[in-house]
Design a protein around this ligand. Sequence first.
Ligand code: CUA
Length: 343
Amino acid sequence: MGFSRRVEIGVLSCAAALGLTACRGVQPMLAPGGPQAQSIARLGWFILITFSIVTIVMWVLIFWVAARRRGSLEEHAPYDAPADKRWIVFGGFFVPTVVLCTIFVLTLNTMRKFPMGDHEQHAGPPMITITGHQWWWEIEYHFGQGVNEHVVDANELRLPTGQPIDIRLQTRDVIHSFWVPRLHGKVDLVPGFENRIRVQVDQPGLYRGECGEYCGPQHAHMILLVDALPPQEFEAWLAGARKPAAPPTDPVAAHGEDVFMNNACVLCHSIRGTDAHGLVGPDLTHLGSRKAIAANAYPNGRGYLEAWVTHAQSMKPEAQMPNVTAFTGDDLRALVTYLEGLK
Ligand code: CUA
């Protein structure tokens, strides 16, 4: 392969990586979905354009120096001539100072728009708590002050559009990081400490996020899906989410419920309205209505659920979900029928 061809492929790969993953892919950083991300994007564009201009000017000067007629040694003025010093003072001191100070001030100004810690003014209900686990997200919606006035869900965060929402961030084990690029900058979930952020989504739709801090072997499979709904739809969803699981009517699903309740599943998972109160894994009360499983690593469907129950360690090695290989074919099918019916 010729040198020019290799350069061409390199440039195209970089452009594709930047263009497709960062700007237009599943997590387009430069398409903000709310005011918080908007202010970060504005700062990002300013920095990108400023540094592009500085870089272009530098390269033009380098090419100009390299290509201009050199003449003989005698024709050159001494290198410490006053004109050369002006270049050094202007290009090496004045320009960097102005650029870096401007960016510093604009960054401080952007950071001011992200109140951390206790907000003086609470944004109003619902208050949401997100807890990081290795490797999934626990999501709790508080709609009142009472002990039981909350709903626990996992891995799919639903938000009403057009209003600021306060989110508390905490972790059960190691440091994770909440990162939904179209909604907010990265904020860490730190053991023994609670961070607070305020998020607003303007347009309904799906916004993908990930854990933004390396937290163990399955860090890359710790995906958070944000589903922004118009306020009435959000209220309707919340009303449904508050309901406990409906008892299965279908005999196969009823057998599946027995399988669930009489095996290891019940030790780690909760299903509201049943005897399952485990707190190790995600709450499964409305598992059937989730778009994906295993912290959004695999689609939610029969085949994936069966595979997850029996071979979780192949799909997500070192996750706390063990390979549950004890079920016979009929029990497994009944169990998955039951899980799929948890809408
Ligand atoms: Cu959690 Cu990375």
